[in-house]
Design a protein around this ligand. Structure first.
Ligand code: MG
Length: 275
């Protein structure tokens, strides 16, 4: 397995891409109002990329295998779990919306996702999103120099199973290494079973991304070849961040504060690299 190890200089360059992703997600979430289309939201992501002089790692993705992805963000609503194609779908009151967005700046990739409700949230959706976000941060908190990828998978699974309510934990889709490409080795599964024992070390960057449903874990892919739906029609949530291991700790490249608040609250060393 080849795992890309970044120099401090390269991680600083990745941080710049990560901040573009964070800003895009913030502005797209702000734009997600009842009555707008998912294409309108995607257009906001395009504007953020253009302003930053960044390009999209989502747009045109998969052209080698089939239908190239036509948006700069995956926008997945309700029982659409991940990989939703932006289009004419109109956001309705109470929809749960997941936005997965990426950017490439100076050849370095960032990738992150957020989930939230539009209009009046359903209480169970709020809990679902919070449980998914907590699983993401538990996974991030398990990343350390000398540890293993499977530690991260185990922490995510444990977090989900420790919730008051049962959630479906998607199996066919995983987190991944990231750097000069969006999807690199190693895979970062959201279950301990079969997770790689690959060693983690300083200079590695991972995109960690739990995906949960209010029902079962089984999925189907829509006729558009992209949209992943829950088989039982249950709603889903998806949270993701790109995290780097630095000599001083962790640096969450796609969070505006670098992950400082969440990491400190969990007693995990926060290790940003100064310019
Ligand atoms: Mg990803």
């Amino acid at each position: 397995m080849h795992i890309e190890i970044k120099t401090p200089e390269q991680l600083r360059a990745m941080r710049k891409a990560g901040l573009v992703v964070a800003e895009g997600l913030r502005r797209m979430q702000e734009a997600t109002q009842v009555g707008v289309t998912t294409a309108d939201i995607d257009a906001v992501g395009r504007a953020v990329l253009a302003e930053a002089g960044a390009t999209s790692n989502f747009l045109g993705y998969g052209a080698d295998y089939g239908a190239p992805f036509p948006g700069v963000a995956c926008i997945s609503v309700n029982d659409e779990l991940v990989h939703g194609i932006p289009g004419e779908r109109v956001i309705a009151d109470g929809d749960i919306v997941s936005i997965d967005f990426g950017a490439v700046l100076d050849g370095w990739h960032g990738d992150a996702a957020r989930t939230f409700s539009a209009g009046t949230p359903r209480p169970e959706d709020v809990e679902l999103s919070a449980a998914t976000k907590e699983a993401l941060w538990q996974g991030i908190a398990a990343v350390r120099d000398g540890g293993k990828v499977s530690d991260v998978s185990k922490a995510i699974e444990r977090s989900i199973k420790g919730q008051r309510r049962r959630y479906g934990n998607l199996r066919e889709y995983t987190g991944h290494g990231i750097g000069t490409a969006m999807h690199m080795e190693p895979d970062v599964p959201n279950q301990a079973r079969g997770a790689p024992q690959t060693r983690l070390r300083v200079g590695m960057a991972l995109a960690i991304e739990p995906m949960l449903t209010l029902g079962l874990h089984q999925t189907v892919v829509a006729d558009d070849e992209w949209t992943v739906l829950s088989r039982d029609g249950s709603r889903g949530a998806h949270w993701e961040n790109t995290v780097a291991i630095t000599p001083d700790g962790l640096w969450v490249l796609t969070e505006p504060d670098g992950g400082e608040a969440e990491l400190r609250a969990r007693g995990v060393p926060f290790g940003p690299l100064a310019d």
